[in-house]
Design a protein around this ligand. Structure first.
Ligand code: PGA
Length: 276
């Protein structure tokens, strides 16, 4: 994400080098269905917010379960914290038991929504549904974090086609301007949570992020591919966060388990801050 530093270029005839823009990395916390009580959620939110405040150059996004959103939104009065949801229905209102719409989330004050997470895809969420949700999230002026990732890797490289296909279908109908406002979260399913013995190697991440950008470049244009914002998720923690971002050359991380304890979240943010 671009820094808010503004350039004063052109102010004087004397030639000056443009001010160095500081890269703003993203750390998006996916709390999934944690924690167990409202009190614990309040505490975790307060702790996470306090840590995020120490790192104004990291864009911290907190995505608690929907039931905790009002509390989180009440507490989030910092321009460096964005509060969002973990799913959204594309229709504004309707007979959809158990669902919450993008419009309702936006009305509440949410600013971003994780879409197509593999744990939802495992329950039958299709890429077509993800694309509809992404459109609804964008038209409600929020930011979608569109998750894609292969189930496993095969030696023949067939996963590449599966991954590109999943991305293509998950952004069906989105325009260039929509991609600019979105994040693509690459989450290889074999590297998420307990399934993973160790995180993805940064060089594998870099290659895959280029594959996703190539798909976007072919679907839109080279610039859209180059500028697309890619996050990585899957066993990211304090020990590998900096390496994944710098060597994997991504814009930030989507973090599950490491965002659930104040200590590990603090260490993770500290690790990302070393990149600045
Ligand atoms: P993890 O989860 O960091 O616990 O692997 C990441 C995710 O599922 O978004």
């Amino acid at each position: 994400m671009a820094s808010k530093t503004s350039s004063r270029a052109g102010h004087t005839k004397q030639k000056r080098s443009a001010p160095q823009q500081q890269k703003q990395y993203v750390v998006a916390a996916n709390w999934k269905m944690h924690p167990a009580t409202r009190e614990k959620a309040k505490q975790l939110f307060a702790d996470s917010k306090a840590e995020a405040k120490k790192h104004p150059h990291i864009h911290t996004m907190l995505c608690p379960p929907a039931i905790y959103l009002p509390e989180a939104l009440k507490q989030s009065r910092s321009q460096h914290i964005t509060v969002g949801a973990q799913d959204a229905h594309w229709e504004k209102v309707g007979s959809h038991t158990g669902q919450v719409s993008a419009a309702q989330l936006a009305d509440l004050g949410a600013e971003c929504v994780i879409l197509g997470h593999s744990e939802r895809r495992a329950q039958g969420e299709t890429s077509e549904a993800v694309a509809k949700k992404a459109k609804a999230v964008l038209s409600a002026r929020m930011t979608p974090i569109i998750c894609v990732g292969e189930d496993d890797r095969d030696e023949d490289g067939d996963y590449v086609n599966a991954l590109r296909d999943e991305l293509r279908k998950s952004i069906e109908g989105l325009e260039k301007k929509h991609i600019k406002r979105s994040y693509i979260a690459y989450e290889p399913r074999w590297k998420i949570g307990e399934r993973a013995e160790e995180p993805l190697a940064p060089e594998q991440l870099h290659t895959t992020s280029l594959i996703l950008k190539k798909e976007l470049a072919e679907r839109y244009d080279v610039k859209t591919g180059e500028l697309a914002r890619v996050l990585y998720g899957g066993s990211a923690g304090p020990d590998n966060a900096a390496e994944l971002i710098s060597e994997g050359q991504v814009d930030g991380l989507l973090v599950g388990s490491a965002s659930l304890q104040a200590k590990s979240f603090r260490e993770l943010l500290n690790a990302v801050a070393t990149l600045q």
